[in-house]
Design a protein around this ligand. Structure first.
Ligand code: RTP
Ligand code: MG
Length: 140
């Protein structure tokens, strides 16, 4: 399997509870390398742009409010099959359905406030990394 990069976000419910280190340890234990990382505070408009694919969903406004409520940590994870591996480590969107040991099973508060985001395919990973990081911030 090829080495890939994926975009990860540690969401406000997790940064608020000071869980960045515990979540990063889960990524590293799974063989994912954090190759870029920064803490930012999104505006609601920026959150809306990032989640534009969900604009027609009933939870969109709530999701944008939540993502802009407090700082997030955005990061690029690298590894063999990183996109799928990251989503495995994250667990199901709804923490009640997430496998034991996954980030969402251990830390998520609800289906909306579920601690992490991860890109879902190579094309979205590329777009989402470019949304947050410039070429200068991405070491080869
Ligand atoms: P993400 O994009 O954040 O990695 O999560 P995902 O692929 O597992 O889930 P997705 O269907 O893409 O939904 C994006 C985010 O929207 C919030 N959500 N709330 N209240 C609800 O029913 C609901 N459903 C989704 C979650 O924060 C979810 O991660
Ligand atoms: Mg998604």
């Amino acid at each position: 399997m090829a080495t890939e990069r994926t975009l990860s976000i540690i969401k406000p419910d997790a940064t608020r509870r000071n869980l960045t280190g515990k979540i990063n340890a889960k990524f590293e234990d799974a063989g994912l390398r954090i190759v870029a990382q920064k803490r930012i505070h999104l505006t609601k408009a920026q959150a809306g742009q990032f989640y534009a694919v969900h604009a027609e969903r009933p939870f969109y406004d709530e999701l944008c409010e939540f993502m802009a409520s407090e700082p997030v940590v955005v990061q690029v994870l690298e590894g063999e099959g990183a996109i799928a591996k990251n989503r495995e480590v994250m667990g199901a969107t709804n923490p009640a359905e997430a496998d034991a040991g996954t980030i969402r099973a251990e830390f998520a508060e609800s289906v909306g406030e579920n601690s992490v985001h991860g890109s879902d395919a190579p094309e979205t990973a590329k777009e989402e990394i470019a949304f947050f990081f410039s070429g200068l911030e991405l070491v080869g």
